[in-house]
Every structure is written in structure tokens, then in C-alpha cells.
Design a protein around this ligand. Structure first.
Ligand SMILES: Cc1cc2nc3c(=O)[nH]c(=O)nc-3n(C[C@H](O)[C@H](O)[C@H](O)COP(=O)(O)OP(=O)(O)OC[C@H]3O[C@@H](n4cnc5c(N)ncnc54)[C@H](O)[C@@H]3O)c2cc1C
Length: 380
């Protein structure tokens, strides 16, 4: 292609080779089995950690890869292109909360183990009664001496089954109205009395990734596990970190759209109908030309956002635009590509079918796209 991302330096290109090879050898072959068991093997994390793929944009002083967000973008892109999922993105998101708000002690305790994949992270905000309306959460953390006692439940939590550390959104002062009621507490889950994980939810896609309900029944977490050193900061911390998460979703969406076009172009050149390659039909060429153009526009926008995040300049509204627009385009492009595959596009044997089911959730999680549009509208 004529266009190449400016953030793709030689170092980042070399890193892409490592990531691609790791996914080909260690992640892709296990997707079927992980789908059956409903979660990835623990070794997926430790093996990825050993190669420095888990927290590539966390400083080496914390055990991370010491790279930039470009390195994390590469991991997100390569996983999306291979249509595989194993929770690496959530791991990075949780680590960034610790990097941004953790005390030195918290960083020392958690980040090196997270980088090595020995400690898997989850972020638990959503509850059965509160998804889009985050301020409506009911999970409460009551201070008792040196501990918080947590009661409540969470749902749709990625990495829920395998997580050894869960960053939980709680109300530390339920009497307070508004955002100041909320805090984030990192709960270390191993052998923790009162903590229970429901079985992985039966999703239509991404079955190899565990998405679970979590139950907290009088769970005691050390007060020193509060993120940010003071109560009432949780909502602002989440709002500050969401652009990172939303851009991560947008990056995966862009890579999926690009890969869908590549796969489909190859397919329609090989598949013949009435003795002619599908590519000879004008409709096929028009559909693919539209998809390719939209994927390219998406690429240029997402690269702009990546560069801004790398400079510390990505604002929440632009991140919302990227998450909303790129996931909408992704779903449209992938759907058009399924159509060009005919019946084969509806069979799981073809990656385009997996892209179709796996991409749908990106318009819902990390903030439903309707909320993204509300945010954009508020800024006008
Ligand atoms: C596979 C998967 C993984 C997930 N991983 C995590 C995770 O790791 N951690 C976590 O905390 N959560 C996670 N989630 C939860 C996800 O973030 C929520 O599902 C999402 O925020 C929507 O909340 P909800 O499902 O309660 O839908 P609701 O809040 O009930 O909203 C339903 C729909 O109503 C519409 N809507 C809602 N509010 C508005 C509004 N203000 N204006 C216009 N329309 C609106 C939207 O179309 C929305 O999709 C995950 C979800 C899925 C499916």
C-alpha cells in the first residue's frame, strides 16, 4: 500500500514480527479448545509475558516493555487480524490504572507480575442494574479499620475467571450524590473469602475469552488497595482512562476492517460464479472499492488518534468519535464482506464469519456507541 502509519518505526515493525509469530504459534492454534472451555489457558499470559507482549507500553522500571503506545497498538492489531482474543488488552488497561494512580508500593506489588503474566487483571465496573449508567452502581465498600468490606456483584467482566487482581468500581460513600461517591479498589482474588466467580457467560462470539459475573459477599480488601490514595476519585479516574480503552477498541476495529477487505479481495478473485471470478462482477468491485476506501479513511483517523495519545493529547471526545465511528464502519464493512463470501461467509471455517460475530460487541462495550454520540453532542 502507498500509505504507512507514521508511528510504525523500525523498532515497532520488528516488534510486530514477534507478536505475529507468537500469535501464530501460541494463541491461534488453541482458540477452538479455549472456546470449548470458555477461557484461555493461564500459559497464554505467561508466555506472552515472557516475550514482553503484555504491558509493552509500561515503563521497564515497573517490569513493562518500556515501549510506547505504538507497541500496544501493534498487539491489538495483530490479535484482531488473526481474529483471536485472550484478554491481553484488558491486562494493559488495568495496568494503566495502576501506573496512573497506584502508590509506589502498589506498582511494585502488581505491575511486574502483571507484565510477566503471573497476575492477570480485570476491570469490574458493570453491574446487572448499571451498565451505561455507571453512577448507578450499587456495590459498596465500607471502611472497617485497615480494610474495606465489599458487598455487591458485577457482570460482563472480561478475564473474570482467570483474574488474580480485579480493579472494582465501588461506592465508598453511597450517601454522596454524584461522581464523588465512587472509588476504585484493587482486589487480589486468590483464596479470598466471600469472592465468587460465576461461570463464563454464554456469548455469541469471543467464546475463548472468559466474560463472567463476579460476586462480593463481605469481601475484605486492605485499605492500602484503594487506588489514588483518597476516596471519591474513582469516577474521574475511569473518565481519564476511558480514552485509552476506547482507542484500543477503535484500533482493533480498524485492523479487523482492513483484514476483512484483504481476505475478501483474495476470496473473490479465487471464487468463480458462472465461470467467472466473482471479482469480475461490477457489484463486487463497487462494494470492495467502498469498503477499502472506508477502511483507509478509518486508518488515517485512528493513526491520528494514536499519535495524539502518544503525545498525551488525546481528548475524550475525539476518543469517543474514534470508538463510535470505527466500530460502526467495521461492522458495516465486515457485513458487506460476509455477503461477498456467500454461504461460506456464514460458516465458522472462514475467518470472516468469526469477524462478523466478534466485532458486534465493540459497538456496545467500553461505552455503548449511543453514549459516544451523546458525548460528542455535549461538546458541540
Ligand atoms: C463481551 C463483553 C465484555 C465486557 N467486558 C466488560 C469488562 O471487562 N468490564 C466491565 O465493567 N464491563 C464490561 N462489559 C459491559 C459493557 O461495558 C456494558 O455491556 C455496556 O456498558 C452497556 O451496558 P449494559 O449492557 O448494561 O446496557 P444498558 O446500559 O442497559 O444499555 C442498553 C442500550 O441502551 C442504549 N443506551 C443506554 N444508555 C443510553 C443513553 N444515555 N443514550 C442513548 N442510548 C442509550 C444503548 O444502545 C445500549 O447499548 C462487557 C460487555 C460485553 C458484552
Amino acid at each position: 500500500m502507498l500509505y504507512e502509519s507514521r508511528w510504525a518505526t523500525d523498532d515497532v515493525r520488528a516488534f510486530r514480527g514477534t507478536v505475529r509469530e507468537f500469535i501464530r504459534a501460541e494463541i491461534a492454534p488453541h482458540q477452538g479448545r479455549w472456546s470449548e472451555q470458555g477461557h484461555p489457558d493461564a500459559e497464554a499470559f505467561t508466555k506472552a509475558g515472557a516475550l514482553g507482549l503484555l504491558l509493552p507500553d509500561v515503563g521497564s522500571e515497573h517490569g513493562g516493555g518500556g515501549g510506547t503506545f505504538a507497541h500496544e497498538a501493534v498487539v491489538l492489531e495483530e490479535l484482531a487480524r488473526a481474529v483471536v482474543h485472550f484478554g491481553a488488552s484488558v491486562q494493559c488497561i488495568v495496568a494503566h490504572y495502576v501506573v496512573a494512580y497506584g502508590t509506589e508500593d502498589q506498582k511494585r506489588r502488581w505491575l511486574p507480575r502483571m507484565a510477566r503474566g503471573e497476575l492477570v487483571g480485570a476491570i469490574a465496573m458493570t453491574e446487572p442494574g448499571a451498565g451505561s449508567d455507571l453512577q448507578g452502581i450499587k456495590t459498596v465498600a465500607r471502611r472497617e479499620g485497615d480494610h474495606y468490606v465489599i458487598d455487591g456483584s458485577k457482570t460482563f467482566i472480561n478475564n473474570g475467571l482467570v483474574a488474580g487482581i480485579v480493579c472494582v468500581a465501588v461506592k465508598t460513600d453511597p450517601k454522596l450524590a454524584g461522581p464523588r461517591a465512587m472509588s476504585l479498589i484493587c482486589v487480589e482474588t486468590r483464596d479470598l473469602p466471600g469472592y465468587r466467580v460465576g461461570r463464563p457467560l454464554d456469548k455469541v462470539g469471543r467464546q475463548g475469552q472468559d466474560t463472567c459475573e463476579l460476586f462480593f459477599d463481605g469481601v475484605r480488601a486492605p485499605a492500602s488497595n484503594l487506588l489514588g490514595g483518597a476516596e471519591g476519585r474513582g469516577f474521574h479516574q475511569i473518565m481519564e482512562q476511558l480514552p485509552y480503552e476506547r482507542l484500543s477498541v477503535a484500533i482493533a476495529a480498524t485492523a479487523t476492517a482492513e483484514e476483512a477487505v484483504t481476505l475478501t479481495t483474495r476470496y473473490v478473485k479465487e471464487r468463480t460464479v458462472s465461470g467467472r471470478p466473482l471479482m469480475d462482477l461490477q457489484n463486487t468491485r463497487m462494494v470492495l472499492a467502498k469498503c477499502r476506501t472506508e477502511a483507509q479513511i478509518g486508518r488515517i483517523f485512528v493513526d491520528h488518534c494514536i499519535e495524539r495519545l502518544m503525545r498525551g493529547e488525546l481528548d475524550p471526545v475525539t476518543a469517543a468519535m474514534a470508538k463510535y465511528w470505527l466500530t460502526e464502519r467495521e461492522c458495516r464493512i465486515v457485513d458487506d464482506c460476509v455477503q461477498l463470501h456467500g454461504g461460506y461467509g456464514y460458516t465458522t471455517e472462514y475467518p470472516i464469519a468469526r469477524m462478523w460475530v466478534d466485532s458486534r460487541v465493540e459497538r456496545i462495550y467500553a461505552g455503548a456507541n449511543e453514549l459516544m454520540k451523546e458525548m460528542i453532542a455535549w461538546s458541540l
